[in-house]
Design a protein around this ligand. Structure first.
Ligand SMILES: [Zn+2]
Length: 216
């Protein structure tokens, strides 16, 4: 590529313009990064990570509430339980969360690509399809994560603004806002978190919407 740019530059006698065009052209595409959705609708988006546990009481709560959720699941946790995950809530859109749950920030493009592509491929194998969304483990990402995700066919890298652990809610400024993306985990206290979120959303006049409806 360098040699070609050099030759073209000599032919046209315009080193600067040809070189800068070439630098822009070689910048790899990036997946879109989101911490929240820009909307005035009174909605938030519930996402659930990992898959270490499959708590029956959480499934019951989601059945009662009929919320749509989006999951970012580790392929090693799916086992024979793909349909358990798929049947949660009014629907459960399944995305990927890497192959081995390692922090990606600072790793080479190739290493990040392997983690993301392998996670995506294995989740597709287990569930038949994916949303094409990716959540980086620990929320750890850099520019190469967005490039590697795009190379794996991922459209969106989805972070979060609100998280729950048991009854504890963590937010950026103490409030839940329309468009916020909420994170819980597939762990024993998941049902507690869902009930806590339900209470809090009721007070604020918010409901849960489907993430993919806002990413078209
Ligand atoms: Zn995780």
């Amino acid at each position: 590529m360098i040699r070609r740019v050099f030759l073209v530059a000599i032919v046209f006698g315009s080193v600067i313009s040809v070189s800068s065009t070439s630098i822009l052209a070689t910048e790899p595409p990036q997946a879109k990064l989101l911490y929240k959705i820009d909307t005035a609708d009174r909605v938030v988006f519930l996402t659930v990570d990992d898959g270490s546990d499959r708590p029956a009481d959480a499934a019951t709560e989601l059945e009662r509430l009929q919320w749509p959720i989006s999951s970012f699941i580790l392929p090693s946790k799916v086992g024979a339980y793909a349909s358990w995950f798929s049947n949660l809530g009014s629907r459960n859109d399944i995305g990927t969360h890497s192959a081995r749950h390692i922090a990606l920030k600072g790793l080479s493009f190739e290493k990040q690509k392997k983690e993301i592509c392998e996670g995506e491929r294995r989740i597709k194998e287990k569930f038949g399809s994916t949303t094409g969304y990716f959540r980086p483990p620990y929320g750890s990402w850099d520019k190469r994560t967005l490039q590697a995700a795009a190379a794996c066919g991922i459209s969106h890298v989805v972070l979060w603004t609100v998280s729950l652990n048991g009854r504890t809610i963590t937010t950026w400024d103490g409030k839940i806002h329309p468009g916020n993306i909420v994170l819980v985990h597939y762990i024993r206290s998941m049902a507690q978190s869902i009930k806590q979120l339900e209470k809090r959303l009721k007070v604020q006049g918010l409901t849960v919407a489907r993430l993919s409806d806002y990413l078209k």
